[in-house]
Every structure is written in structure tokens, then in C-alpha cells.
Design a protein around this ligand. Structure first.
Ligand code: FAD
Length: 469
């Protein structure tokens, strides 16, 4: 009887523990992706990007004599239908750790087991299972640096090879057409431009890792902070859909380190930030929806999405160049440089005193590398309400930050049209993507700040002083 390989955020064939186990089982394998309620809740850019990844995976499976069966509906019901139709005796998948996926998977696992089906989850989406990393006194790490020190020298097993031909069943169950899912529909005007910024699929991800290790990792610690320089790996969009395994990245980092590229250690450390986010979400699922530090519940955040300042922030017209450049970069490319993420998050939650959830939701709509755990940790870290947070009274100054990290204004000029005489095509592309009702034109005067750096900082610090932390 066949094994159903249920793909989710593990859209690759190489270094795939669940798929390898399915292929080694001696049974035919039926690869399946389910457009369920968790996928339904994805924002526009993540959904679009997922559609690209599914098309790539379907092709890779075909090259191996297999197929990707697409079904829509509630996961357990779909799996039960497939089991009935195909006589499958087992369902395998790679574990996820965000609260929505975990809740779904627990229900699926126990129901399938009750049905007498061999339901098995496998590792692969993180380097270290959340329950395998503990502080000396027991419990999970709430601070990053000690966690990094405890895992940095851990040996990880070697990566698994891509299976040869994947054993096919005698007959295939019916599949939806990917085009009918219209994964690009919510993107409106921007799909084509955004597509140009995506690096899709397992092969492309692996080339990207190789190119990074060959050319850029040596200067990573200096360049990773410069948003105008292509100094980081760009692998987050691939890691989020599992087009590459974190273990492949970890091994590549160690190889570079052994080759004398000392900056590779900083890259390994960044991979552990991703782990930290997953472990926190596993142990404290409220991180994705509520203040991680509960004493922040009393803070007078603005929660009204309709505020003019919130609109200006989303639309990249706060009048603060670093903030606007970064927000436009995200709208056009679906990613934002990490320094930009820290700056726009600080500006929204501190200068504008808006609830981090507003920013988290907007990022979840716009990012092709949207990751439920890293996004939540990033926002709460920036707002001061999260674990290992930047001290709440540290308010980034987006003006001095631009002077420091974008001296030649490469980044600002790439993304802002209004302040410059001959705007770049990239800066202009923003205006072809945004909704018409935003009413923005590249030859408008650049706006004055919605909240100035000094006034916003003072207001936030006053609010912090008036409450009892
Ligand atoms: P590199 O510098 O090449 O780093 C390598 C990998 O390490 C990344 O691909 C990523 O998987 C991981 N990593 C690096 N920094 C972090 C970090 N601070 N937290 C967690 N993992 C990290 N990252 C996402 O993948 N998805 C998100 O939705 C997301 N939202 C964020 C929101 C905010 C407010 C902030 C401050 C950060 C957020 N990050 C998020 C983390 C970080 O900005 C991105 O991972 C990074 O910019 C991706 O670029 P890169 O792949 O070139 O990273």
C-alpha cells in the first residue's frame, strides 16, 4: 500500500528525511500538497511565492517519474479521502513548529493513528529539535547568546542525497490544477515585477548558497549591515518554503569556516537566530499573537490601522528616507534588508507608538520570505515586548542610521524617487505596482516627516517612563 508524502514547508527532494523514509519503505510514494486553512490564511506575497515553489517541486517530481497531487480542503478530510482512494497505509511529513501548523498536525496525527494509519512526522525544518536544546537548569533558552554557545559546536548528521526515481503507484489519484488555485490573484498589479525578484526552487537555492560561500561570505560581517550592498545570502525565501534544508546551509557554513573564511561563523550564528525563533514559538506559542512579556499588555499602543501615520508607514511616505526606502523595497521585491526591518519596526512601534501586530500583519502580507516564527520574534524583539529584546528605551534613530549604514545613499537612491532628480528605474517601479487609490506619483514633492525623529522619540520615552515595567 502506498505512502502519502504530505509536503508543506519542505518543498525539496534533497536532504529530506520524510521523503527518504517514504522512498526507502519499499512502497509506492504519493506526493501531496494540500491547500488547507493554514495556506488559505497566507498573505498575498507568501501565497504567490508558494505557488512558484509548488510549480518547481511538481517539475522536480516529474523528473523523478513521480507527480505532485494537489488537493484543496481541510487537511484531515483530504488525507482521509486520499487514503480511501489509494489504499495508502502511511502518511509522512516534516514537522512544523508554528502554532497553527502544530495544532493542525496534532489533530491529523492522532486521528490517522486512530484510523490505523502509520502517521509519522520527521525532522528537517530546523537544525535542532526544540526539545533537544535546554539550559543547564532545564527549560528553553529565552536569551540568544547562551543558546548560540550551547549549540554552535554540535555535530549534525550529514545531509541526505536526493532520491533516485521515486516509486510511483499503479494509478494516480486525481489532482487539482495549480493554475486553478490562482495563487497570484491577491498580488493584483505586482505579480510580474515581484516574480523577477524571486529565486525559486531547490536548484536555484543550492546555487545561491554556493555563490554566497564562494564570493560573499568572506565579507559577511561587514557587508551584512549595509542595505545598499548585496552582502547577505538571500536564502530566507528558500528556507521558509524548505527549498533548501537548514542543515545544508549549516554544513556549507562550517566548510567555509574550515577553509579559513572566518566570517562564516557569523552566518552560522544567523541560522541559529532562526532556530531561536522556532524554539520560542514551540515553547511559547503566544509569541505570534500576544506580547511575549505580559507587562506590555498595559502599554498604550495605537491599534487603529486607519491612522494616517499607519497608512504613511505602509505606503512608504513617512518622510523618513530610511523607513520609506525599506518599505518600498519590501513592496517591490517581497524582501527587506534586515537593517531596514529593524529600522521600520522601531519607527512604527516607537516613534509612531503603534502596536507591533500591525507591522507583523503587513509584513505577513508583503514578504516572500514570510516566516510565522521569525516574523513574530523580529517584531517583538524590535518593539521591546519580546525575548532577548532590544532594551525598550533604545529607539533607533533612522537618520543617523542612514548616515552610518548607507553613506553613499545607494540604498535610498535605489528606492526613493521623489527626492532625486534622475530617479532609478527600480525606484520608479514602485509606482507601477502600488494600488492607484494610494494616489502617489514619482514627481510629487517628498513628504515632510509624519512624526519627526526627535518628537517621536520623546513621546515614546515619556510613555515608557509613565509606566511601571
Ligand atoms: P542572511 O543574513 O544571509 O542570514 C542567513 C539566514 O539566517 C537567513 O536566511 C535567515 O533564515 C536566518 N536569519 C538571519 N537573521 C535572522 C533573524 N534576525 N531572525 C531569524 N532568522 C534570521 N526572517 C524571515 O526569514 N522571515 C520573516 O518573516 C522575518 N521577519 C522579520 C521581521 C522583523 C521585524 C525583523 C527585525 C526581522 C525579520 N526576519 C525575518 C529576520 C531577518 O531580517 C531575515 O531573515 C533576513 O533579512 C533574511 O535575509 P538573508 O536570507 O539574506 O539573511
Amino acid at each position: 500500500s502506498p505512502v502519502i508524502m504530505w509536503f508543506r514547508r519542505d518543498l525539496r527532494l534533497g536532504d529530506h528525511q520524510a521523503l527518504t523514509a517514504a522512498c526507502d519503505s519499499g512502497h509506492p510514494v504519493i506526493p501531496v500538497f494540500i491547500h488547507d486553512e493554514v495556506v488559505e490564511s497566507h498573505g498575498a506575497a507568501p501565497k504567490f511565492r508558494l505557488g512558484l515553489s509548488l510549480a518547481d517541486l511538481a517539475q522536480s517530481l516529474e523528473d523523478k517519474g513521480s507527480r505532485l497531487i494537489l488537493r484543496r480542503g481541510e487537511a484531515l478530510g483530504v488525507l482521509r479521502d486520499l487514503i480511501r482512494e489509494t489504499g495508502a497505509g502511511a502518511v509522512y511529513w516534516s514537522r512544523l513548529y508554528d502554532p497553527d501548523s502544530k495544532a493542525r498536525d496534532m489533530v491529523v496525527k492522532s486521528a490517522l493513528k486512530d484510523d490505523g494509519v502509520d502517521a509519522q512526522s520527521f525532522a528537517g525544518h530546523v537544525l535542532f529539535e526544540p526539545w533537544s536544546v535546554e539550559t543547564k537548569t532545564g527549560g528553553f533558552y529565552k536569551v540568544f547568546t547562551p543558546m548560540w554557545k550551547s549549540v554552535r559546536s554540535r555535530d549534525l548528521a550529514g545531509t541526505l542525497p536526493t532520491p533516485g526515481d521515486i516509486p510511483a503507484p499503479e494509478s494516480w489519484p486525481q489532482s487539482d490544477n495549480l493554475e486553478d488555485w490562482q495563487m497570484d490573484a491577491p498580488m493584483q498589479r505586482g505579480a510580474e515585477i515581484l516574480r523577477g525578484y524571486c529565486t525559486v526552487g531547490e536548484t536555484a537555492a543550492s546555487h545561491r548558497l554556493g555563490a554566497f560561500m564562494a564570493h560573499r561570505v568572506s565579507d559577511y560581517s561587514k557587508n551584512r549591515d549595509l542595505p545598499g550592498v548585496d552582502g547577505t545570502s538571500g536564502l530566507s525565501e528558500n528556507l521558509t518554503y524548505g527549498e533548501i534544508s537548514p542543515r545544508s546551509c549549516w554544513h556549507a557554513g562550517w566548510r567555509a569556516l574550515h577553509d579559513g573564511k572566518s566570517d562564516a561563523e557569523v552566518f552560522l550564528k544567523e541560522l541559529v537566530w532562526r532556530e531561536f525563533a522556532y524554539h520560542l514559538a514551540h515553547h511559547t506559542p503566544r509569541i505570534t499573537s500576544d506580547n511575549w512579556k505580559e507587562d506590555w499588555d498595559a502599554f498604550p499602543w495605537n491599534t487603529d490601522e486607519r491612522l494616517a501615520e499607519v497608512k504613511a508607514w505602509k505606503q512608504g511616505r513617512t518622510g523618513i528616507p530610511f523607513v520609506d526606502a525599506a518599505m518600498r523595497e519590501m513592496y517591490v521585491t517581497g524582501t527587506m534588508h534586515n537593517r531596514g526591518r529593524m529600522i521600520v519596526a522601531s519607527y512604527l512601534t516607537k516613534h509612531l507608538m503603534c502596536h507591533w501586530q500591525i507591522g507583523l500583519d503587513w509584513f505577513a502580507d508583503c514578504l516572500i520570505d514570510w516566516d510565522p516564527c521569525s516574523n513574530a520574534m523580529g517584531w517583538q524583539w524590535s518593539a521591546g515586548s519580546g525575548p532577548d529584546a532590544t532594551p525598550y528605551f533604545r529607539v533607533f534613530n533612522p537618520v543617523t542610521q542612514l548616515d552610518k549604514f548607507d553613506k553613499g545613499r545607494n540604498y535610498a537612491k535605489r528606492w526613493l524617487a521623489e527626492p532625486y532628480d534622475a530617479p532609478t528605474d527600480t525606484a520608479l517601479s514602485y509606482f507601477t505596482m502600488i494600488p492607484r487609490q494610494w494616489n502617489m506619483a514619482s514627481d510629487n514633492p517628498y513628504p515632510d516627516p509624519v512624526v519627526t525623529v526627535d518628537a517621536g522619540r520623546k513621546r515614546a520615552l515619556d510613555a515608557y517612563e509613565n509606566r511601571d515595567f
